[in-house]
Structures are given as structure tokens and as C-alpha cells.
Design a protein around this ligand. Structure first.
Ligand code: SAH
Length: 372
């Protein structure tokens, strides 16, 4: 028996990759934009609905290609409006995506890997180790799932997701190509058309990849700093031993330089009780950041079982913020959202534990569909 060749999934193809694909099957390049528009602006998954393509081309596409979204296995909507999905990726693993609405904005926190290899001491994703990189289709698929949770994709309807942050599971720069392809679709006018200021990649500081990123995309950049000196950062973010603070800071400055507009780096600083939240460290941080255009985002540590850490006391966070703000650094404290559904930073572990399963709000999608 002849085995049929695997069909190419077009969902994660950037405009450039789509053009290359159409050329490879002997078709005109301009078809690529038409198909990108059908898939991402119109939400179409069936080639037969792509009415500006000839019948023969549609038949050919059906033979060799498919548009295949990752499967949602669980969804959970929090009382505060936060929505979380567990998405099953090839191989059976689960990754999580979280949508956080706030006023007229809605920020989607997207995962880039199953697990993570960086093993930051305060992050539960790191504790499960690294499984694999997500494909570009699985990354952009998360945005689609979030948008479609409000109904079929409608280019004339309200924008359901206004911001994307690559702050879910994984280190996005360790999955470079897929993340760049997916983020380029997020910002592509013929696809989701999000503003480059509202699409942010967060990294623990992979220096060579920060430089490479600036050659390919102009997304906004966030750096997970968490400590103002190498001794402490080595403990919290082991990657620091390879790329110490001075090098990471220099890479951030180069990145801003190449952006050529007035953007700043977002510095993320998880506040851990008695570890990195003292006034002395706040002052040291001010010294470190004074010549880096940035804003500081303090994230109260989100506890998880056996982490060995506690969240900083409110008083400590307030005082830390006062020191940095007074020195002229715009400082915000991230409000913790979606705690009732374990959707907060560092709580995404990609597995549905018993407690979650027992929670009545965490309805398996399959079951929900059946009961409708
Ligand atoms: N690997 C990327 C993106 C994933 S983490 C990075 O390091 O930036 C997204 C943010 O959540 C990071 O700043 C991370 O340090 C933070 N974070 C991880 N675990 C956390 C926890 N338990 N509590 C609070 N913030 C956490």
C-alpha cells in the first residue's frame, strides 16, 4: 500500500513562508496573501470557501495542504474575566494560554514550548523540565483559539485580543523560528494586524538570540531580570551564568537602538519574600537601570507546591516601588489575575491536576459540547 504523504499545515506559515510554499507548488506568489487573508482574517479552514481561488487550485491545495488548529481540551473562565485554555499539541502534551481582559484591552499570554529548559528557581514550568518546542501553527493557534472563544472570526467585529505577550510556558527565544513566524502573523496586516507596540516577547536573556531577533522583527521586548546583581541572579535564573547582567543589558540597548522609535524595555521582577525584595536591592536596581530606557513591572510571586518561596509582603512591594518610582523609573505592580483558575504567571504547568479536574468550573470542552 502506498502511504500518502503528510499534508502541509498552512496555519503557521508567515507571509514569506506562504509565498515560498506557493512557488514550490508552481503557483503565483500573490496567492499567498489571498490564502493568509482567508485563514487569519476570515477564519476559514476549508479551501472550498476560498472563493477567489480557482477550482483547480482549490483541489490542488486540498491534496497537499491542510489548515489545522491545535485541539482545546479544557477551558476555564475565571470570575474576574480571565480565560484559560489547555491545548493539546501533537504528541499529547498540554500547553496553556491565558486571556486577561482589562478595561478596553485584552492581553493574551501565549506559550512557546512544552515545559522549559531554563529551570528558573521560582517558576513551576521549569520544574517539569523541557519536552519540546511548539510549532508556529501551535503558537498562532493559541491566538485563534482565544479569538474564536468569542464566536467565529469576524474581521468587521470588535477586536477580541488587543495585546499578546509571549509570557506563557517556555523561553520563546529558544524556539526562535516558530516564534518569529507566529509573531510576524500576529502583526501582519493581512492576518491579525496587531500593533508592534502591543506584541511583546519576554526572555530570560538569551543574548545572541536578542540580537538575531532585532534583525527579523520589531516586537516589543521584556526582560525577566528578577535581581540587580549576578550573584543573586545566578541563583534565580541559571541562564545568567552564561549571559551575565552586563551582557544582557548591552543586548537590550542594542535592541532598542535598532527599533529606531521611542519604545522601552519592560523589566520583569518577580517579588519573592526575603529573597530579592529589600530596599537595598531596590537601590541597586535603580543604579543598574538608570541608563536603560525601561519600565519596571513588579510581579508578586505566585506560589506553587514545594516552591520553597513566598510572595513578598505588600509593604515590601510598596516600599520597593516607592524607591524605584522616586528615582524616575516608571514602576507598576502586576495585579494577579485568574488565581482561582491557576492562570497566574509561573502557574502554567501544562497538566490538568486532580484539584483542577475536580473544580466544577473547569469543564472539559468535549463534555460541554456534548451537553449543549
Ligand atoms: N521564559 C520567558 C517567558 C516565560 S515566564 C521569560 O523568562 O521571560 C513569564 C514571566 O513570569 C517571567 O518574567 C517569569 O520570570 C515570571 N514568573 C515565572 N514564574 C513565576 C512565579 N511563580 N510567580 C511570578 N512570576 C513568575
Amino acid at each position: 500500500m502506498n502511504s500518502t504523504p503528510e499534508k502541509t499545515n498552512l496555519l503557521g506559515f508567515s507571509k514569506a513562508k506562504m509565498e515560498a510554499f506557493f512557488e514550490s507548488i508552481g503557483e503565483k506568489k500573490f496567492r499567498a496573501i489571498q490564502v493568509v487573508k482567508w485563514i487569519h482574517q476570515q477564519g476559514v479552514e476549508d479551501f472550498d470557501e476560498m472563493t477567489n481561488l480557482g477550482k483547480a487550485l482549490r483541489a490542488k491545495l486540498k491534496e497537499v495542504a491542510k489548515i489545522c488548529e491545535p485541539e482545546v481540551v479544557y477551558q476555564d473562565y475565571s470570575e474576574d474575566g480571565t480565560r484559560k485554555w489547555a491545548i493539546k499539541v501533537d504528541g499529547g502534551s498540554l500547553v496553556e494560554t491565558v486571556l486577561i481582559p482589562e478595561g478596553d484591552r485584552a492581553t493574551l499570554c501565549v506559550s512557546s514550548q512544552v515545559g522549559c529548559s531554563l529551570d528558573c528557581s521560582f517558576c513551576s514550568t521549569g520544574k517539569q523540565g523541557f519536552n519540546r518546542n511548539l510549532t508556529a501553527a501551535e503558537v498562532i493557534g493559541q491566538l485563534r483559539v482565544a479569538i474564536k472563544s468569542f464566536g467565529p472570526i469576524d474581521p468587521k467585529g470588535p477586536r477580541r485580543v488587543t495585546n499578546v505577550v509571549m509570557m506563557g510556558m517556555g523561553e520563546p527565544l529558544m524556539n526562535f523560528e516558530a516564534v518569529v513566524d507566529a509573531m510576524s502573523l500576529m502583526m501582519e496586516d493581512n492576518a491579525y494586524g496587531l500593533s508592534k507596540r502591543r506584541v511583546t516577547l519576554s526572555t530570560a536573556g538569551l543574548v545572541p538570540a536578542i540580537d538575531k531577533l532585532s534583525e527579523q522583527l520589531d516586537v516589543s521586548l521584556a526582560l525577566s531580570l528578577h535581581a540587580p546583581n549576578d550573584a543573586l541572579r545566578n541563583e534565580l535564573v541559571p541562564l545568567n551564568k552564561r549571559y551575565p547582567i552586563k551582557e544582557v543589558k548591552a543586548a537590550c540597548l542594542r535592541y532598542l537602538d535598532r527599533l529606531n522609535d521611542k519604545r522601552v524595555i519592560t523589566i520583569e521582577y518577580t517579588m519573592i519574600d526575603g529573597v530579592n525584595d529589600s530596599p537595598e536591592l531596590a537601590r541597586e536596581l535603580v543604579g543598574l537601570l538608570k541608563d536603560l530606557p525601561c519600565k519596571l513591572n513588579l510581579i508578586p510571586f505566585n506560589p506553587f507546591p514545594n516552591s520553597g518561596y513566598k510572595r513578598s509582603k505588600k509593604q515590601a512591594i510598596d516600599y520597593f516601588k516607592e524607591i524605584t518610582s522616586r528615582s524616575g523609573i516608571v514602576t507598576t505592580v502586576r495585579t494577579t489575575r485568574g488565581e482561582d483558575i491557576d492562570a497566574a504567571c509561573g502557574q502554567l504547568v501544562g497538566q490538568v491536576d486532580d484539584r483542577t479536574r475536580r473544580s466544577q468550573k473547569y469543564i472539559p470542552v468535549v463534555q460541554e459540547v456534548i451537553s449543549k
